[in-house]
Design a protein around this ligand. Structure first.
Ligand code: PXP
Length: 265
């Protein structure tokens, strides 16, 4: 266990699936911007939206409206394409998280292959950074991906927590601990490489605390579960509860780190 003292932990609420529900009928309801305002009121530190190449949920006009009206930072998730680069440079979000994208996938299934991204990915990272946009790469909690992200000049790595969250649904404590250990090692390595560490994908009330407890992680991006919970108790309550669990995990891990530091001194 790390004895680093934790930095404050931010919550980015991903509103993609508000747009998924809207698009099911093609009208304007429910409006992702309204959801973003509610998430901010409930304690979100930022809003995340993924403009997919097939526009299956978030649309170009959603991005324009979010950028114009949000009072908190916008994190634009995007594929490493020239089309998306041009959109990002038009709107200048606070951050861009570059994700792998395959049309046939239901969601972003794995991390970015930073090494295969080569010069094209490096150029996109450079152009975004030159425009003052913070650049994050969505990667597996894997040593090679993190080293390549640092080398290419990314500011941030967002570690994919999907495999960990899937293991949490199985009755296999050893496999779950193995995945958590992989993420724990990756957070330390990324922070040591000078990268800011974010995490996300598949997080729920059950899985968020273990990830929020990792002191190097400074931002979690959470979407699908919160939008799903909003059906039962409202988005405000869902975001508030997630925020409380994150704060609780952070307080507990800070207390543990202090006890370890006291024992060592
Ligand atoms: N972070 C990234 C980079 C993502 O692509 C996604 C899904 O769009 C999320 C976080 C949020 O994942 P979920 O919707 O499963 O909470």
């Amino acid at each position: 266990m790390s004895n680093r003292l934790a930095k404050p932990l931010r919550l980015g609420v991903n509103i993609d699936h508000v747009a998924t529900i809207r698009n099911a009928r093609g009208g304007r309801h429910p409006d992702p911007l309204r959801a973003a305002h509610i998430a901010v009121e409930a304690g979100a530190d930022g809003i995340t939206a993924h403009l997919r190449e097939d526009r299956r949920h978030i649309s170009d006009s959603d991005i324009a409206r979010l950028k114009a009206e949000l009072t908190r930072p916008l994190n634009l998730e995007m594929a490493a394409t020239d089309e998306m680069l041009a959109i990002a440079l038009r709107h200048i979000p606070n951050a861009c998280c570059i994700v792998p994208e395959r049309r046939e996938e239901r969601t972003t299934e794995g991390g970015l292959d930073v090494i295969a991204g080569g010069d094209r990915l490096r150029r996109i990272v450079e152009e975004l950074k030159a425009a003052g946009i913070r650049v994050s790469l969505f990667v597996e909690p894997d040593e090679r991906a993190i080293a390549a992200s640092a080398k290419i000049g990314a500011d941030i790595v967002e570690l994919h927590t999907g495999a960990y969250c899937e293991k949490a649904l199985e009755d296999n404590a050893k496999a779950l601990a193995g995945e958590l250990n992989r993420i724990t090692q990756a957070t330390a390595m990324a922070a040591d490489s000078g990268l800011e560490v974010h995490a996300g994908h598949g997080l729920t009330y059950n899985t968020v605390k273990a990830i929020a407890a990792l002191p190097e992680v400074v931002e979690l991006n959470i979407g699908h579960f919160l939008v799903g919970e909003a059906i039962f108790g409202g988005l405000n309550a869902a975001v508030r509860h997630m925020r409380e669990l994150m704060n609780e995990a952070r307080r507990e891990s800070e207390a543990r780190a202090r006890r370890m530091a006291d024992q060592l001194s």
